[in-house]
Write a protein that binds this ligand. Sequence first.
Ligand code: G4P
Length: 536
Amino acid sequence: MRLLLRPNMKYAKEIQRRKTFAIISHPDAGKTTLTEKFLLFGGAIQTAGAVKSNKIKKHATSDFMEIERQRGISVATSVMTFEYEGHLINLLDTPGHKDFAEDTYRTLTAVDSVILVVDSVNGVEEQTRRLMGVIAMRKTPVMVFINKMDRDGKNRFDLLEEIEKELKINLHPSTWPINSGKDFKGVYDLRQKSLVLFAAGTKAADEDVLKIEDLHDVVLDKKVGDKDAATLREDVELIDGVYGQLNVDDYLSGVTAPVFFGSAVNNFGVREMLDTFITIAPTPRSRQTTQRAVDVGEDKLSGFVFKIHANLDPKHRDRIAFLRVCSGKFERNKYYHHVRLDKDVRFSNPYTFLARSKDVVEESYAGDIVGLFDTGNFKIGDTLTEGEDFFFTGIPTFSPEIFKEVVNKDPMKTKQLEKGLQQLTDEGVAQLFTQFGGNKKIVGCVGELQFEVIQYRLLHEYTASVQFNTLPFYKACWIDSADKQKLADFTRFKMQNIAEDKDGKLVYLAQSEWFLQTERNNNPDITFQFTSEVQG
Ligand code: G4P
C-alpha cells in the first residue's frame, strides 16, 4: 500500500511532502476546535478563535439563508493549507450538519486519509456512523481522536469497544489516558514511551512531556500518584498484550485506526496525533480512471471536480469548482482538456486555500485542491487532463432520503426552470430524477433544508417558481441486470416506482425497506444499489 516514489518522477519531492485529509465528526464533537489547533501548530493562524466555524448552529436550522451565509463564510475554510515540520498539509473541512452529508461524502473522495473526532462523553453518534460507512467503502486510512477527556466520559475500554463495533474498524491505541474529567492527568504516548501531563489551557509544552522508557520508574508514581501509576502500568500491559505494535500497512489499507486521547479545547494530545500523522499518513496515491490507473507521479496534469460552491448573490452568478489534483502540475493560464465538454479551458485566477486568505496559485501538485472560478461549465466528477480522455472513478452518488415532485407554478418560465434544475443538480445540491414513461420531475435530497434552498435559488437566480409535493419514497436504488429483457419487464411492471437519473440510469424508488426487500427477493437477476458512480 505504501507509495514508492521513483526518483525519476519529476514532482516526487512535492508529492512526498503532501498530506491531504479531512476531519470528520458528529456536530459538536470538536472538529472546529481541533482544526484550529492544527492550524496553530502549523503557524497558519496566530490566535485561537480565528477559524470560522463551518458548523451550522443549531438555532439556525430553520433559517436556511443564515445557513447559506455561514456556508459562504465557510468556503474560505473549506480547504486549509498549512506547513508543519516540512510537510504541506491540505485539510479539508466537512459540514457536520446532516442535511449536507452529500457534501461531506464527496469531500471524502478528494482526500487520502481522515481524522475522526469522537466525543468521549457521547461516544459514536449517528452522523459518524454514516460517514464511516463511506470511508469503509473507499478503504480510506483513519485516525481517531477521542476528544473532551477533561470531561467525565465513558470508560475508555468500553469506548474503544463501542467504536470498534459500531464503526467496524480495528482500533490501536497510540496514546492512553490517565483518568478523565477533573481527575484527568494526561496521556501516556505508547509510541514515544513518554508521559504527557495535562494542564488545562496549555499547549502541552515540551516541559510537560516526560520520557519514561520503563513504566516501573518511580518517577511515574511521583508525577501521577501511586494509584494512577499502578492503573497505567496495568492498562499498558493489557494494551501491549491485546494490540501489540501498530501495523502501519493495516492503517494504510483502512483496516486499523490508531487512536489518540485528548482535549482539543485545551490543545492537549493534539501534537502527539499530528506528529504521528505526518509520519504515517499517506501521501497522494495513484487513482483509478475509466481507462487506466493514473500514477500519482505522472508528469501530465489530471484532476477531478469534487465539489461546487455557488454564490448566492444573484448579481454574482459565479461558482467555485474545487479540483483535486491527482497527477502532474496545475499551472495558472495553461490550457487543460475538459473531458466531458471536449474543450480546452484555462484559468487566470485559480486559487489556493491558505488559511489566512484566498491566494492566487501559480502551480499545484498532486494532493492539492485548487479553486476554479466557474460560470456553469463544471459538474461534480468532471475531469481535467492534458488531452487524454478518461474520468476518475469512485466518485459515487448516494441515494437521497427525501423525494419530492417539482410542480411548475409558472408555465411561462418552463425553460428557466429546466435550466435551473439542471445547474443546481450539476452542483450537487440535489439529485434530479425523471419519472419513467412520463415527465414528472422528482428532486431527491438528503435533508429538508435543500428543498428550501432550491426553491429560493430557482426563484432568485432563474426566476422560476416551484412548489414541492412530497412523494412516499425512502430510497433510490440504481438497478441493472445482465438480462435486459428481465430489466425491461421489471421497469414496465413497476412503472410507478421507476425513474431515470440525470445520466439516464434507471432507478427504483422504494417506498420502504419492506418493498425493497420484496422486490429484491422476487427479482434475483436484478441488482439494486444504493450508490451510483458519477458519470462525466
Ligand atoms: P464541531 O466543530 O465538531 O461542531 O465542534 P466545536 O469544535 O465547535 O466544539 C463544540 C463545543 O465543544 C464547543 O463549545 C467547544 O468549545 C467544545 N469543546 C471542544 N473541545 C473540547 C474539549 O476538549 N473539552 C471540552 N470540555 N469542550 C470542548 P461551545 O460551547 O459549543 O462553543 P464555544 O462557545 O466554546 O465556541
